[in-house]
Design a protein around this ligand. Sequence first.
Ligand code: NBY
Length: 830
Amino acid sequence: ESIEFRRRTDLLFGLMDQYLKNDVFSIQKSIVDHVEYTVARSRFRFDDFEAYQATAHSARDRLLESWNDTQQFFKDRNPKRVYYFSMEFLMGRSLLNSLSNLGIKDQYAQALKQLGFDLEVLAEQEIDAALGNGGLGRLAACFLDSFATLDLPAWGYGLRYQYGLFRQNIKDGFQLEQPDFWLNFGNPWEVERVHVSYSVKFYGRVDEEMRNGRSVHKWIPGEMVEAVAYDNPIPGYHTSNTINLRLWAAKPSGGFDMEAFNTGDYVNAILNKQKAEAISSILYPDDRSYQGKELRLKQQYFFVSASLQDIVRRYKDSHSNFEEFSNKVALHLNDTHPAIAVAELMRMLIDEEWLEWKEAWNIVTRVFSLTNHTIISESFEKWPVELMESLLPRHLQIIYEINRVFLEEAKKKVGSDFGRLARLSIVEEGSVKTIRMGNLAIVACHSINAVSQMHANYIKSTLLKDFCSIWPHKFQSKTNGVTQRRWLAFGNPALGDVITKWLGTEAWIKDLDIVAGLRQHASNPQLHAEWNQARYQNKMRLAQHIYNISGIRVSVDAMFDAQVKRIHEYKRQFLNLLSIIHRYDCIKNMAADERKRVVPRVCIFGGKAPPGYEFAKKIVKLVHAIGEKVNNDPEVGDLLKVIFIPDYNVSVAELIIPACDLSQHISTPGSEASGTGNMKFAMNGCLILGTLDGSNIEIRDEIGQENMFTFGVVVDDVPRLRTEHRNFQPPREFQRVLGMIRDGIFGFKDYFNALCDAVDGETGDYYLLGRDFLAYLEAQASVDTAFVDKEKWTEMSILSTAGSGKFSSDRAIREYAEQIWRVEPCKRPV
Ligand code: NBY
């Protein structure tokens, strides 16, 4: 070491004020400094938004300290790491979550209070990071929180979309989609890493040549785009670990096709380059049917290629060959969207690292694992061979070779059952020849997991049957979970405090199984009083929000009954609406004294319809149409209100979930892979009305049949009932409510016919609404009966929370870590 080096090091140590301090005064100073030097406002004059920005930057400083030290610690320890590849991360807001996880929320609240600001109010200034559609994206976000909290050496990799999921505006009851310009005011939670960037190639051709007696492939790209890293620190709860979510943004590449600049068309050459940014510009809205858009495949390859280059580079920092790769790296695919990673890693190992095919395949099949989130086969992506050949010519060759080797092996197992081989094949020979990304992923992954027990059983006998018969050992089940930190401890502090008080510990925030301890107090009147007091506060907050958005006053004594989730036929929002119409009809036909016995309800809907999905859009309109009629009917008054809460997102969910008495999860059995909203509601003491689908079944097993309302057909009967629909006469009550819609009782005559036709027309009620209608009404009646008995209801509510321990994402991630990835915690010492 030179003297020069030592002098500099001494200087730097002297300059380092150790770590940032977290006393109230230091926090105030850091916020005010950020007002002046980051936001560039006067410290004597700044508004709520500017105060939010300064506070966020002050929190970010603390995150970065922890992030840097954690990454350095991982580097020194060099443990096996897991990388979670996902096209979606539905993060929501960060401020309160970060401060709470870092354990400095109270200090910030106090610091701001003295400056004349309210932390909770500032937190509302933050725009949600909505880089996901729904369950799949939110699961990835919950998993990051658990990774960090469990001290796992894990990173998330994804895309930094400039436009997240569209905003839902409602005009005259119709959904209008608006772009989500979420980055317009800057994003204090990310760090742009201009030096962490990789070139990603597209198009072009593949040259083959002989080198040292071996044929080598050279991909000459036709287009090159730069991927620039944006790091998003993810702090764990009460640990000094902070992990990373690395998102890639597309930028024009500097070095490539410089000749274009000599053709004279300088301006157009620049403009063409600018188009590169389109790759990471927009999140595709999910409509569950595969669309085959070239830009989507480009997005997938772009983020996968950059991530793998990053991961291989990091590995090579401490290794000179690939022998240890599968002991140091686990790569997880969040659904098949990033499945092109299989071919990309093969290409890198063979064409760039000079490994033999066998060696490379050996590595690939040890590192990859996959989660499947669906039941419907139409949502499995398939890319036309022609498109793949043009965009990723070398990958197509590799996929063909993977398929050839695989089919040879499969033949040994299934003989010459050509039908079966054709179903197993990665290449589908049809009128359009396609590459089945699901099959590619299954062939390469050592583990494929479902997201609930029922989902696992179901896909093993349907979607994945052929694969399951040759590789039963590959298939697992990992029931989903959600983070109790965001969804209970921070999102519902009133109830959280009651739970902590009665358990005598906060430990449940890190170990949710502990909430089972509430069972022994479930009938204690003192707990009942505190429980209801907390829930009442939350209902008041939601009632205020409803008033603000709609001008409608709802009674907090009424049952708050919610169905909030993406709008889709299989989730059966229509079934809920039909029962609301039935309820309305019954109330209208009652005598005045009978009405006194009706249990008042506020029926709350929220959710986005995919922009191109007519059925779902009509559902949005129908909720509004029914609301318009019912909410203004003086005969009905407070007995029934129908509310649509627009622009459902993570933050809106945080407001609704703690405030509801009942939540509906009523998909046709065999269609919801798991569901995670059900877990969030149950954790918050909301009772579940649900079908025997997805994780509802496990929730029932945990909290007890007697504390949940279940109804309807069972999954094993569904296929038979579907074929028998012609012999089925839907009940009179069902016909009647459909008739009311068709007759235009709610206006917009004819507009809703398509909805009615889907359940009583020639198509045959695929989602079995008519079949389930009476059972559903009966279940609704028992909900009403239970709600009247306040004591009973409160006890059920407490038991719902008490039974939700299993549904923590910490449990899920521990299972993944032990049984799939084989990674261990790597905890940075304080
Ligand atoms: O994943 C959901 C399942 O429907 C739900 O049952 C499960 O609980 C959750 C987490 O495992 N799936 C889901 O949210 N899927 C998507 O959001 C999605 C997004 C994009 C596309 C397809 C599906 N896409 O093809 O673009």
